[in-house]
Write a protein that binds this ligand. Structure first.
Ligand code: TYC
Length: 110
């Protein structure tokens, strides 16, 4: 018996088709917020410079974020995929350390 149609296991019978659904496989990446923390020592102008240099903010946007952090303790610099966020955090921490400022930068999953 070589004909599948006639095999006992075939519950679908003749003239039937198996429809395989093609699933669109695009997955949204996990996103991470990059945040800076307030401290008492890092100069305001340095924080504005960091936001311009590493987060492509213009001076107005950078000043707004800096003042938000100054008043609220923490603020968002941007939202990125994991590797980009990690790179931003490293760049900011290295730059702050090089200039001997205690500025802290962290990332958190959205
Ligand atoms: N609080 C700092 C000051 O008064 C300014 C500052 C703002 C520092 C934001 C860090 O993430 C920061 N000089």
């Amino acid at each position: 018996m070589s004909n599948d149609e006639n095999r006992p296991g075939n519950v679908s019978g003749p003239n039937t088709s198996v429809i395989t659904k093609v699933k669109p496989k695009t997955k949204r990446p996990n996103l991470y917020r990059v945040l800076i923390l307030n401290d008492d020592y890092t100069p305001m102008e340095f924080v504005v410079h960091v936001l311009e240099k590493f987060f492509n903010k213009d001076v107005e946007a950078a000043t707004k974020i800096m003042l938000h952090v100054h008043h609220h303790g923490i603020g968002e610099c941007g939202v990125f995929t994991y590797e980009i966020a990690e790179t931003k955090v490293t760049q900011v921490m290295d730059f702050a350390r090089k200039h001997q400022h205690p500025l802290q930068c962290v990332m958190e999953k959205k």
